[in-house]
Write a protein that binds this ligand. Structure first.
Ligand code: C2E
Ligand code: MG
Ligand code: MG
Length: 713
């Protein structure tokens, strides 16, 4: 038999070479198909019966019933009609039969087969036979399916919407169901309502508008939606729009869970708008809210107070007690300020010890002033700290913004600058006070340069005078001393008080020669009283921190004592805590050297800035002056009494003498006596007076004390 040329494989490649007969090849192919588990068969479409098949063995491995295979029952009964339709559709030759088809095997497992084949027409053109091979692709199919599920669940939630008689979901991805908790049926029935259940109406309107004008393609919207359990899920929905064959709009919507992103965004916003240390609002928050608050104030016809609050002598805490103590104090100050204003007001930390308070909804200028004062009053009570209780005072500079029409020139920066100028004025006046911005303040800066030039002349021309404020012993009501307070006899401006030039003198260093002049003159005045009255009122002289760090304080004091002949024990040097700001140890060392001369040392203004009781014991002092602000609080503030009692008790234990300054009323006086305070000075006795008047007071001290003890003013 002549061997036929059999071509297998790609066209033109002859692999037969006459060595194998067609039967041999057929046999090998059958073996190969069986071994690979592939099925091949031909079906007579008229009868539905297979005309031949191969692969019974391979299929049998998966539990296929050989009999059913022989009957061509590879396709599940429910699928048969559809498969047939596909098969017939391929009849026009344009399409090959190609489909992946699930088949339930004899053992009940479901396997997937990729069918490839063709339908061959009969003699009359009717569908004749179908031959096909089926490859078991169950493994590949499962892997793909798992991947799809996985990617859907992990990454994207997809829904498909279709317009038409009813706008509704056409497809909802498993991931979508998983994340929302709704069933597929619930989604199809009511999905739109669920999706929009937590959204703001404005966003719905936006989406609807974009849908209507057909401009939604590629757009995304962030909105909250509600899960089945009621919890809120923030999503970003990205729309892809197309038109299907029926002319309906189809929207594929990719949805992403942006809960974490949003939480992060909110956190970033929160961080940007709050001050990390104190939890107050940040400068950015103030900037963002300013226009809004101003507009609201305008609409309501109310006044606004913008106040700059600065902690007095804050540097002392940071340098003396450390940054941790500084931070603790700042947090306490923040709390005080926040408590002192209303819920609608804004308390901001600009940085460092600089705070800004914005008080809104104020009726009148009078109330605005009261609100400003309230900020300073918030610090009358001591602040609890590790070292017991601490006294903090602040300098407040405020600008009052009237209710008039809002104009663009009314910028936040301008108002902040005004408040800052006012705050500096409050600082220059010794702190612990409130100043309201006035246009005149701007010229103060210009005046400063002039004043500085004049100060030089003042030092050279000795344009200073001393006034004296008597100090009374609370037990005997007798004058036991006086404080020397310097004044500048300015040639053009008249008598200037220390508040007007001491700050400048300290800044410029002129305080050193001025201070030397004061010590010298105070000592000789006191020496003259001693000579005339035979009594020995002590003389108190204020020292500035600058003098303490100057080269020869001991020399200056020593020679003043020597030249005047005043016994060192009659001189009291008053220092404030500012002396300890830069270098605590050096200040203590210098004070001890001065103390070695035999003079007394007093801590002035205790209760302003940062003052803590624990601190007293560390200082080489033998007198503490309770600040005017504490004394003023005595009958205003229930705690002040306890605080002053605490200071007196502590001072007693340390053998430190106590003196109350700024005593203005008999009420304060009697309370101080009751609390056991040793000495007092203040307007209730006398204002600071020139030398001649002081001498007169010393003469009449007995008469004065007699008046006081009888309760008259
Ligand atoms: P200071 O040492 O605490 O002096 C007490 C201040 O309180 C004085 O103000 C005094 O006039 C005022 N005062 C006294 N009693 C009352 C009262 O009952 N009510 C009120 N409201 N005030 C009262 P002054 O004379 O204006 O001095 C202010 C500050 O200037 C002083 O505060 C002191 O720190 C500083 N100072 C004054 N003289 C000198 C000086 O020679 N050298 C230095 N370095 N500083 C000085
Ligand atoms: Mg003083
Ligand atoms: Mg004082």
């Amino acid at each position: 038999m002549e061997a036929e040329r059999v071509v297998v494989g790609r066209a033109g490649r002859d692999v037969s070479a006459g060595e194998l007969s067609p039967d041999d090849i057929g046999e090998k192919l059958v073996d190969l198909l069986e071994a690979s588990g592939t099925l091949a068969w031909e079906l007579d479409l008229a009868t539905g019966e297979p005309t031949w098949w191969i692969g019974e063995q391979g299929a049998g491995r998966h539990g296929a019933d050989p009999g059913s295979l022989r009957r061509g029952a590879l396709v599940d009964p429910g699928d048969r009609e559809r498969v047939l339709a596909v098969a017939l559709a391929s009849l026009d030759g344009a399409r090959k039969l190609s489909m992946t088809q699930p088949v339930t095997m004899g053992d009940g497992t479901k396997r997937w087969f990729a069918l490839t084949g063709e339908v061959v027409a009969g003699a009359e053109g009717e569908p004749g036979r179908m031959h096909a091979i089926a490859l078991d692709v169950t493994r590949e199919h499962d892997t793909l399916e798992r991947l799809r599920m996985h990617s859907e669940q992990a990454r994207e939630l997809v829904v498909c919407l279709r317009t038409g008689p009813r706008l509704g979901f056409e497809y909802v991805s498993p991931a979508c169901l998983f994340f929302t908790g709704y069933t597929e049926q619930e989604m199809y029935d009511n999905g739109m309502a669920y999706a929009f259940s937590a959204i703001e109406p404005a966003t719905v309107a936006r989406i609807r508008q974009d849908l209507l004008v057909g401009s939604i393609e590629g757009k995304s919207y962030d909105f909250p939606t509600r899960r089945r359990d009621g919890s809120v899920l923030w999503v970003r929905a990205l729309f892809h729009q197309s038109v299907d064959d029926a002319g309906d709009m189809v929207f594929e919507v990719a949805i992403r869970d942006i809960g974490q992103v949003r939480a992060l965004e909110l956190e970033v916003t929160r961080l940007r708008l709050t001050d990390g240390l104190t939890g107050l609002s940040s400068r950015q928050a103030l900037e963002e809210q300013w226009p809004l608050l101003r507009e609201r104030a305008h609409a309501a016809g109310s006044w606004t107070v913008l106040a700059h609050v600065d902690v007095d002598r804050f540097g002392l805490v940071n340098s003396g007690l450390g940054i941790v103590a500084g931070d603790t104090l700042l947090r306490a100050v923040a709390r005080r300020l926040a408590e002192s204003v209303g819920a609608g007001d804004l308390v901001v930390r600009l940085g460092g010890d600089d705070f800004v308070v914005l008080v809104t909804g104020i009726e009148s200028r009078t109330s605005a002033l009261a609100a400003t004062r309230g900020l300073a009053d918030a610090f009358v009570d001591p602040i609890p700290s590790d070292a017991g209780r601490s006294f903090v005072t602040v300098s407040v500079g405020a600008t009052l913004v009237p209710s008039g029409p809002w104009n663009a020139g009314d910028s936040l920066d301008k108002r902040l600058a005004e408040a800052d100028v006012a705050m500096r004025v409050a600082k220059a006046r010794g702190g612990n006070g409130v100043e309201v911005f006035a246009e005149g303040m701007r010229t103060e800066a210009r005046d400063k340069a002039e004043l500085l030039a004049a100060l030089r002349d003042a030092v050279e021309g000795q344009q200073f005078v001393l006034h004296y404020q008597p100090i009374f012993d609370l037990a005997t009501r007798a004058i036991v001393g006086a404080e020397a307070l310097v004044r500048w006899q300015h040639p053009a401006r008249g008598l200037l008080s220390p508040g007007e030039f001491i700050g400048l003198a300290e800044e410029s260093g002129w305080i050193v020669p001025i201070g030397a002049w004061v010590v010298e003159h105070a000592c000789s005045a006191a020496r003259s009283w001693r000579a005339v009255h035979g009594r020995r009122p002590m003389i108190a002289v204020n020292l500035s921190a600058r003098q303490l760090s100057s080269v020869d304080l001991v020399g200056v004091v020593g020679s003043a004592l020597e030249r005047s002949g005043l016994p060192p024990g009659d001189l009291v040097l008053e220092i404030t805590e500012t002396a300890f700001i830069d270098d605590f140890d050096a200040a203590v060392w210098t004070l001890r050297r001065v103390g070695d001369l035999g003079v007394h040392l007093a801590l002035d203004d205790f209760g302003t800035g940062y003052s803590s009781l624990a601190y007293l014991a560390q200082l080489p002092i033998d007198r503490v002056k309770i600040d005017r602000s504490m004394v003023a609080g005595l009958h205003v503030n229930p705690h002040s009494r306890a605080v002053v009692a605490g200071i007196v008790g502590m001072a007693d234990a340390l053998s430190i003498e106590t003196i109350a300054e700024g005593v203005e009323s008999l009420d304060q006086l009697s309370m101080l006596v009751e609390l056991g305070c040793d000495l007092a000075q203040g307007y209730v006795f006398s204002r600071p007076v020139p030398l001649a008047e002081m001498v007169a007071l010393l003469d009449g001290t007995d008469a004065a004390s007699a008046r006081l003890s009888s309760g008259e003013r």
